[in-house]
Design a protein around this ligand. Structure first.
Ligand SMILES: Nc1ncnc2c1ncn2[C@@H]1O[C@H](COP(=O)(O)OP(=O)(O)OP(=O)(O)O)[C@@H](O)[C@H]1O
Ligand SMILES: [Mg+2]
Length: 366
């Protein structure tokens, strides 16, 4: 299976930035890489040359980078992905069109809770099956909790399995609709969460039309789960050294353990000072920080208050990784938003060692 790197983490920690950096690092080292970004900032999207749409486009890398491989990037289009899923699983073109036209579908395909996560994985699965990539890097949606992403395929499968859905499509004569009309509070709130305010008739039509797709959905969610648990799929936890980020990061580590999914490493973003990372980078280090000597010099030159902050940072990182053997890569705070290729190139200098040789990936690291 194609190696897959998934950058997970809480909202705003730098998942999109580090995914792009990691993908570029691998392209520099010789891999044909595709990075699937989720809602990149407009300027970053422009810098990478990704437009709204679901197809990978080549990122033009400056020749002086001497990249040995290539980088493609795309931006997730959840609606278009959902349409494709429907088209794939619908038994007939008429059934497909009936779903496309249903306005609950139109709303749900953009707003269904968890659908962005699910569609990200659907698109990831499609990319991982194409044979012209040496590796796929996945950015993940800005969920409040990093865990939401991990739970998405199961949630989608459960949704398809949920007794309540089967029950909803039962004909009214069997009591289902009458009960619904009487207003089961629980059901109404479940539906409202899923599809917003809609009439019962709209919802009925939607679920009836969708019924034919359930088996396809369920099968696909099993395939996605298989891809996620393959040894060639690596989870990287993006976080920051802030103490506030630690509890959630630790929870994520625990959850990965529960899912028996090895954690491939921590990407600690926005560090005050980032010494060179473990493992020799396969290309020159970031020009801004040439090596340990420079880092140490930089550290000792820091005013005492700032040095104390670095100590706090390191104590936090030590606490973060306690009890795990996963490697840590520190990415410095670049001082301003990373919205151009130059910034991504700098970030790539810190994460090159995440994949020492793209062919072998992180091997048995756990
Ligand atoms: N190392 C860094 N130095 C300076 N700015 C950074 C760094 N990493 C990220 N940023 C900036 O922080 C902001 C958030 O980064 P990014 O969009 O990558 O986070 P995210 O985790 O993908 O967010 P979301 O959860 O909203 O998708 C962006 O403006 C980005 O340019
Ligand atoms: Mg993002």
């Amino acid at each position: 299976m194609t190696p897959v790197y998934i950058c997970c983490g809480a909202g705003g920690v730098g998942k999109t930035t580090s995914s792009a950096g990691l993908a570029l690092a691998q392209a520099r080292a010789g891999a044909r890489v595709v990075v699937l970004t989720i809602d990149p900032a407009r300027r970053l999207a422009d810098a990478l040359g990704v437009r709204v749409g679901n197809e990978p486009s080549p990122v033009l890398l400056p020749p002086e980078l001497e990249a040995k491989g290539s980088l493609h990037a795309l931006m997730l289009d959840p609606k278009e992905t959902f349409d494709r899923v429907v088209s794939r699983f619908a038994p007939t073109p008429e059934a497909r069109d009936r779903i496309y036209k249903n306005h609950i579908y139109q709303h749900a395909s953009a707003n269904l809770a968890g659908s962005q996560e699910y569609m990200a994985m659907e698109r990831l699965y499609e990319l991982a099956r194409e044979d012209h990539w040496d590796c796929v890097v996945l950015d993940t949606p800005p969920t409040h909790h990093a865990l939401d992403f991990l739970a998405a395929p199961d949630r989608m499968a459960n949704l398809m399995d949920e007794g309540v859905m089967r029950w909803i499509v039962l004909p009214a004569s069997r009591g289902g609709w009458r009960m619904l009309e009487r207003g089961s509070e629980v059901l109404a709130s479940v539906l409202e969460r899923m599809v917003g305010n809609s009439t019962i008739a709209d919802i009925a039509e939607f679920f009836t039309a969708f019924q034919a797709l359930w088996d396809g959905f369920r099968e696909r969610s099993i395939e996605v789960r298989t891809l996620l648990s393959a040894p060639s799929t690596k989870f990287l936890l993006v976080t920051t050294p802030a103490p506030a980020a630690r509890a959630e990061a630790r929870l994520f580590v625990e959850q990965l353990r529960t899912h028996r999914q090895p954690l491939a490493g921590f990407l600690v973003n926005r560090c005050l000072v980032a010494p060179p990372n473990p493992g020799a980078p396969s290309f020159g280090p970031d020009p801004g920080l040439a090596g340990w000597a420079e880092s140490v010099a930089e550290l000792t030159a820091l005013p005492e208050r700032q040095r104390a902050r670095v100590e706090v940072q390191e104590a936090n990182i030590a606490e973060l990784v306690r009890g795990t053997t996963a490697p840590v890569w520190r990415i410095p705070d670049l001082g301003s938003a990373v919205h151009d290729l130059g910034g991504i190139i700098r970030i790539s200098g810190y994460v090159g060692a995440v994949v020492p040789e793209w062919g072998t990936g992180l091997g048995g690291t756990s």
